[in-house]
Design a protein around this ligand. Structure first.
Ligand code: PLP
Length: 374
């Protein structure tokens, strides 16, 4: 099969074995045999974040990563309590939108998007608002590539008797995460990012005692309720509603491949990829938007050249035809594009990509080295 190199922030490049794992005999997902496949996926997901199955459960859902955000936010807020959203980018802004959609009592702690969260700012809000029961943060703001200090945010949350929910969609199974060390009560991801499987399966990993307590919280959604999905699986070994059957088989294969590669080897590979991206950009004269000390090593936001011939769409289409996908930026008021180190790729793929990018720049008459006015 043709191998495309996806440098967008997910869905990511997958191995052929993960693609092929979707081709299985037809099966009714209410069969015990399929329940065992889901149970195996759950156990492997817990293992990725070093969570003890006595303390944590992995709850599977059919949907994209935003569904996890929706489920956690609508399900885990007790009546008459507030949720604090630590907001330094477009994904945490999406969490604020979810709070608005459910008319929740929320605080939007708006912080600068070009740098990591200042934990003192979080502490100050919590000192002033004793009715906050949930602190929500984004580990890695995928729009900018900024990484946040979740361990310290979680610590402050716990010191103020709040639970801590982290959107780890674009770090889980890439950067090593230990839920105990990082003070995580709930984290989440979708199968098409770190685990290098197919879009359509998402999962939340969270503390069982809190999920059980949440059975008494207001039920704000029928389809997207965390306790309901958790409880149904515990009792029946099935999802409440139709799961993405073939996607789950491929996720199981991807998880097996994750453990064959190993946590630290995989992280080393993503770092090799990002280093190849940094050096390729530098060779061409491109500038990055975020100072390196704030970066996740998973996404680089690149400044558009100040060159009248620069046309992102044309460069994108040239690269796309050669099998490489580059992605627009997500920073309000700033013209950027993104290159990411997700997926089953390695530094040789990046070297080939930069040859193609150079040709694309030459073909579209963009000056090399890249020009910037300041
Ligand atoms: C990808 C991503 C999501 C989910 O986005 P979907 O479009 O629903 O897949 C959520 N949070 C972060 C940080 C992400 O990178």
């Amino acid at each position: 099969m043709k191998r495309n190199i996806l440098l967008n922030p997910g869905p990511a490049t997958t191995t052929d074995t993960v693609k092929q794992a979707q081709v299985v005999p037809d099966i009714c997902p209410r069969e015990k045999e399929f329940g065992l496949v889901m149970a195996e996926v759950e156990q492997l997901l817990l293992k990725i974040v070093h969570a003890d199955p006595n303390d944590y459960a992995a709850v599977l859902f059919c949907g994209s990563g935003t569904l996890n955000m929706d489920v956690c936010i609508n399900s885990l807020l007790p009546k008459d309590k507030k949720i604090l959203v630590v907001n330094n980018g477009s994904y945490s802004s999406r969490a604020v939108d979810i709070c608005k959609a459910y008319s929740l009592n929320y605080i939007d702690l708006n912080l600068p998007i070009e740098k990591s969260v200042d934990v003192d700012a979080v502490k100050k809000i919590l000192d002033e608002n004793s009715d906050v029961a949930v602190v929500y943060a984004t580990h890695h703001e995928t729009g900018t590539g900024v990484l946040n200090p979740i361990r310290n945010i979680g610590k402050v949350a716990h010191e103020h008797n709040s639970i801590f929910i982290v959107d780890t969609t674009s770090t889980l199974a890439m950067r090593p995460i230990n839920v105990y060390d990082e003070n995580i009560d709930f984290c989440m991801a979708s199968a098409q990012k770190g685990i290098q499987a197919m879009a359509g399966l998402s999962f939340i990993i969270g503390r069982k005692n809190i999920i059980e307590d949440s059975s008494h919280y207001p039920m704000r959604s029928y389809y997207c309720n965390l306790f309901a999905q958790y409880d149904y699986f515990r009792k029946n070994g099935q999802m409440q509603f139709t799961p993405p059957v073939q996607t789950i088989y491929s996720a199981r294969q991807a998880l097996k491949e994750y453990f064959i590669e190993g946590e630290l080897n995989k992280w080393a590979r993503h770092q090799r990829v990002i280093n190849a991206i940094h050096s390729g950009l530098k060779d061409l004269g491109f500038k990055e938007t975020i100072p390196s000390e704030y970066q996740s090593d998973l996404v680089v936001a690149v400044k558009y050249p100040d060159d009248i011939n620069w046309d992102f769409e044309k460069v994108h289409d040239y690269c796309y035809n050669e099998g490489f996908t580059i992605y627009p930026g997500k920073m309000q008021g700033k013209n950027t594009f993104r290159l990411c180190s997700l997926g089953a790729i390695d530094e040789d793929d990046i070297k080939k990509f930069f040859e193609v990018l150079r040709s694309a720049l030459i073909a579209t008459k963009v000056a090399i080295p890249i020009k910037y006015n300041k």
